[in-house]
Ligand binder design. Sequence first.
Ligand code: GUN
Ligand code: ZN
Length: 437
Amino acid sequence: MQQAHLANILHFLSEPSASEEERSYEYFEKGLLVVEEGKVLALGYAKDLIDTLPSSTTVYDHKERLLLPGFIDTHVHFPQLEMIASPGADLLNWLNEYAFVAEEKYANANYASEQSDRFLDELLRVGTTTALVFGTVHPESVHSFFTSCKKKNLRMVCGKVMMDRNAPTALLDTPQTSYDESKQLIETWHHKDRLRYAVTPRFAPTSSEHQLELAGQLLKEYPDVYLHTHLSESVSEIAWVRELYPKRDNYVDVYDKAGLLRPKSIFAHCIHLADNEWKRLAETNCGVAFCPTSNLFLGSGLFSMKKAKLFSVKVGLGTDVGGGSSLSLLQTANEAYKVLKIRNEQHSPLLGLYLATLGGAKTLDLENIIGNFMAGKEADFVIIDTASTKLMEHRITHCESLVEQLFVLTMLGDDRAVTQTWSGGVKVYDCANDIQI
Ligand code: GUN
Ligand code: ZN
């Protein structure tokens, strides 16, 4: 069955540059998105397309609303939602005081299942349709998460944490159990419907060399699974990695020697990398998750987009909840703007929206499947009210251009701007009843 959505529609075709953004996007005022069997069939002006629709088409009129591709979160921890906004002294203290304490609860499958549903509800409320997600060390956490996603046929990537040292005993696995459990989860979930698996060593300090080698072994056996971990987030973490891995040249080299650098390997943070580390990430075509709310909240440092560009490394936005302080990619784009501003790095006011959509898709190697509305891509989109608060309404009336309006959306917008979320051509969230469907 065909469906069509009337709205003002915007999507990106490429990354907007600071001096020139117009060629980077397409905008259809009074546009029409035609969807068939969960995929985009056509996009254009309603006046050109409306008469071509078969009479059986269901037409949804979103009026003056803005229709954007669904947001993509390239780094988030679902079990940490319950301790978001916990004030740690720094990353390592925060992990011990709050993150590990919350994660211990996920040994209980019922608890994990309840929390998976809750997390997905929140994700859809903020308009995120795809995320690269950390579970906990417990395989149950990933079974629960994927089971919740499967019910709504979402496109999500998740993995069980591999962690065999420097954490509470209740959260430790061993190299062999982490290998076996990850392998079993891959066999069960990878490519089931729209789900994909990520081999997920937490970070170098909580994995022995042997465990990282076995993670590399899994990547050899399953070349199209993801690798998802943290890299170069805080100065004390980096000093610790140097102590734990004295034979390695640097932090990137720890992962490199274990065979973890390749496309579909996504590293969160990457704040303090040396040039030779950036170079190696570029050579191996790895992706990076820029997590501004987390980096500011934990005081970890300021990410450099300039470096990523200089070395041509793919970048997406990550919320990194619970280190991050919001699940909203709009709020994340807001903080990203400020981080780059304080670094004095020039960028387009549209960069945040690009990173939250097509940039995220490219980083996750999913740009042929999601990220914009090219024909054949999956119909994941959000309906946005750019006047969702009194202040936004007031501000928008003073905007003189589309770019200005979109920038205001990323500065003032949050979950209140998201009125509906659609995944694979199915409505999965509607603020009208504030229920997840
Ligand atoms: N490094 C290792 N584990 C974590 C985590 O859970 N959150 C963040 N932000 N950094 C980490
Ligand atoms: Zn993280």
